[in-house]
Design a protein around this ligand. Structure first.
Ligand SMILES: [Zn+2]
Length: 69
């Protein structure tokens, strides 16, 4: 079964890791083969967790944290 995770925390790298929070508090047994939607390109720590959890696709809006959209 596949579903989507949507993360809307643009301050992930300062306050908390939004991707980590979304993966750890998911409403399913696992997120294997899922797609995650994030505002910013995931940080190194979240990237590791995304890979370990089996998420197959990451969609983000902004590549650089301080760029002008
Ligand atoms: Zn992070």
């Amino acid at each position: 079964m596949s579903f989507q995770i949507v993360v809307h925390c643009i301050f992930c790298f300062v306050v908390c890791h939004a991707e980590m929070n979304a993966i750890m508090n998911k409403n399913s047994a696992d997120v294997k083969d899922c797609t995650i939607y994030v505002a910013l390109f995931p940080c190194n720590e979240c990237a590791k967790l995304i890979i370990q959890s089996g998420i197959k696709e990451v969609n983000y809006i902004v590549r650089h944290y301080f760029s002008k959209i």
